[in-house]
Design a protein around this ligand. Structure first.
Ligand code: SAM
Length: 223
């Protein structure tokens, strides 16, 4: 899909801002329920587009790596960063190579569009630290739709489990009605467990909630 063509008018599309706000609300509720500390976390907004979800995370997360393959989408986000002076946000054309892992990876309406969804989840989970929270929102695949598109609950559950996440959950993320259109996307989530369960402060297996001290920031190139 040629995303560049949508970049300039993306934020004016019906419902996209409401979708991002609702996704953020669902994320806050999930984090509270899961005992995950969003505040001060180091986050990756993968497939960030013009940064509608990034905007919600600014000020809460310590650092946000906003990743998108579309140069035009990245350019719109860069304009917002310059306008607002968001120095905690870095923009990348691909997942940066890290010395240490993300606490939070969010993918808002991205995973159903990539060629290798399970492979992408593997890659993203590998970029997370122990106890990290992975969350995605995607349209639910319905074979009865005129043009079926999206992911099934089962496909999400399998991909997150195969990537090694625990406490995997797939639910209806939220419901938003914008300009007569009802949006009810799926929200898939899971936590990256500790590898050894022997670290000090490690919770009972399979879920270790002790985040390791981080060494350094991203070494990926800003583009
Ligand atoms: C439907 S838009 C969602 C944008 C944003 N997350 C939002 O909710 O407004 C999908 C975005 O995913 C990006 N994208 C698609 N495939 C990608 C990939 N393999 N790597 C990085 N970004 C990708 C597109 O460029 C596009 O900006």
């Amino acid at each position: 899909m040629a995303w560049d063509a949508y970049a300039a008018g993306w934020d004016d599309q019906p419902g996209v801002k409401e979708y991002a706000r609702a996704a953020f609300g669902a994320l806050v509720a999930l984090a509270e329920n899961d005992g995950f500390e969003l505040s001060g976390s180091r986050a990756c907004d993968f497939g960030c587009g013009t940064g509608l979800l990034t905007e919600q995370l600014v000020g809460l997360c310590d650092r946000i790596d906003a990743v998108d393959s579309s140069p035009a989408m990245r350019e719109v986000l860069r304009g917002k960063i310059a306008h607002h002076g968001w120095d905690s946000v870095g923009v990348f054309d691909r997942l940066p190579q890290l010395h240490d892992g993300y606490d939070l990876v969010v993918c808002s309406s991205v995973c159903a569009f990539v060629d290798d969804y399970p492979g992408l989840v593997q890659q993203l989970v590998a970029s997370m630290g122990p106890g990290g929270l992975f969350v995605q929102w995607d349209w639910e695949f319905d074979p009865d739709d005129d043009e079926p598109f999206g992911l099934t609950r089962d496909a999400i559950r399998r991909a997150l489990g195969a990537a090694g996440l625990v406490s995997v959950s797939v639910v209806t993320g939220f419901e938003v009605i914008a300009e007569g259109q009802t949006m009810r996307p799926l929200m898939g989530s899971g936590r990256r467990p500790c590898q050894t369960h022997a670290d000090p402060g490690c919770g009972p297996p399979p879920l270790c909630l002790s985040l390791q001290p981080r060494a350094a920031g991203a070494i990926g190139e800003h583009r």
